[in-house]
Design a protein around this ligand. Structure first.
Ligand code: 6GU
Length: 259
């Protein structure tokens, strides 16, 4: 690998607050995400539901799905081939991927070409925050044994792993990235402040939450939450968040700092 295709470039708008402040200057902001995949149907259903659909309806974001196979040449519209190394497993070919990317680049400039892959740095909220400040991004979904390394060396600008395990294709990872980014865009979720209180936004896990009834089968909601004392409740929530983080994710702050 010739470069570190990290996705954590520092920007003034690195904090979410900074991002929101910057955004107030950018009226009519919307984000365009182009996803290159060999399984567009698989992704369609995901994006036609929930938060993502609402964001699209509210013109906060646009998602365009493109079938890489449409850019394949030859009778069989081949998009994968055997590895030169002789290893088992197919490799996604550079030509259809390059053609798909160039077709998009001809239409507009892109801020990042993202390639989700297990052999990359781990995805964090910090990266999601930064991606949410961009206007046009491409996400390339890999399959088989991955894409030809020359795609990564010459076309991809940002590589992301969504965790230390392997899933079959890049589609689910692209969906994870898209969801986490779009929910940060102003207007994507009704209560805009709720993106600010997400787990990880301040390197803390969320505190526990409760709703009615106050008692069920003898299992009680903590007394403090019924007290109406906002100051004490705020303090309790913070203590709980710290406790949970220390217990479950002791390395969380370090990991965020070192990227
Ligand atoms: Cl981005 N892709 C695949 N196939 N597996 C993964 C991943 C991505 N991140 C973690 N595992």
């Amino acid at each position: 690998m010739n470069k570190d295709p990290g996705c954590e470039k520092q920007e003034e708008s690195d904090t979410l607050q900074g991002r929101i402040e910057n955004r107030t200057f950018a009226k009519n902001f919307f984000m365009r995400i182009d996803i290159l995949t060999i399984l567009p149907e698989l992704m369609e259903s995901f994006f036609s539901h929930s938060i993502i659909r609402r964001a699209i309806e509210n013109k906060v974001a646009e998602i365009h799905l493109h079938n890489i196979r449409d850019h394949a040449t030859g009778k069989h519209r081949q998009v994968d081939d055997y590895a030169f190394s002789g290893d088992a497993g197919m490799v996604m070919m550079i030509e259809p991927v390059d053609r798909a990317i160039q077709a998009l680049k001809k239409e507009r400039d892109y801020d990042e070409v993202i390639y989700p892959t297990p052999d990359a740095k781990p995805y964090t909220q910090k990266i999601a925050n930064r991606l949410s400040t961009l206007r046009n991004i491409i996400i390339l979904c890999g399959h088989y044994k991955g894409v030809d390394q020359r795609v990564r060396d010459h076309l991809v600008t940002c590589e992301i792993s969504i965790g230390d395990y392997v899933i079959t294709g890049g589609e689910l990872a692209a969906a994870v990235i898209t969801d986490s980014v779009i929910r940060l865009l102003p207007g994507a979720i009704s209560d805009e402040t709720s993106a600010l209180t997400d787990s990880f936004q301040d390197n803390l896990l969320s505190p526990p939450v409760y709703t009615r009834p106050a008692e069920y089968k003898g299992w009680k909601v903590p007394e403090i939450l019924l007290s109406g004392n906002r100051k004490e409740i705020f303090k309790w929530k913070h203590e709980q968040a710290v406790r949970r983080t220390r217990l479950l994710r002791p390395g969380l702050p370090d990991r965020e700092e070192t990227g």
